[in-house]
Design a protein around this ligand. Sequence first.
Ligand SMILES: [Zn+2]
Length: 270
Amino acid sequence: MYYFDPHIHMVSRTTDDYETLAKMGCVGMSEPAFWAGFDRGSVESFRDYFRQLTEFEPSRAAQYGIQHYTWLCINAKEAENVELSREVIKMIPEFLDKPNVLGIGEIGLNKNTKNESTIFLEHMELAIQYNQQILIHTPHLEDKYQGTRMILDMLTGDSRIDTTRVLVDHVEEHTAKEVLDRGFWAGMTLYPVTKCTPQRAADIIELCGAERLLVNSAGDWGPSKPTAVPDLILELRRRGHSEALIRKVVYDNPIEFFSQSQNFSFTPPQ
Ligand SMILES: [Zn+2]
């Protein structure tokens, strides 16, 4: 089955991973801008990172028949440096016309601090000004429930935000329903051990239905598994779900969501 990984950090992965993903049916992916594992020192460092995301990664992916898209921002972990965050936000429009840029992301909260909220709102303003879609990172573990509510309140508190153009990622059992009920798209991030496993993701699909629900591997520089989406496909098959339902979650939904972005021009494999 062909599938699309809507949230995977390929700058952290090898070319062998691209080959494996292609062999497993991955035909498209989107890569949100992420924290590097250390705080970057200057706006120039972000400019170079955005070039990697808009120039090098799409060409590396294309060698394996994978269409690579991306999202730009400064991560919430770096929002405590408000001055640098503002410089990056000011520089992002240089890249918004690049052919693989889908919008602003992954923006969100990490420790739910005041500076994080300030920089979140300024990213939101940028997305509104440039008519961009938004990809949201919700905090992990004990900060998730409160952080998710804070983020949803900031988004719905601005009438200019169209919830159907916002994807809220890393949802789990206690946040998925509210995200969907409030009109957003929701993404589940599969990790091999901690956080959402393929089994838990299958439970959430059974609880919430497949409407506006996406699944991704994160595939970042930490412990994660870039081929986690095929693991979920297998789990859903094992439970007797139809191929149509599986395909909706791993292929049709991401394409429907991304199609709202002016730069998305996905060509399905022939
Ligand atoms: Zn991420």
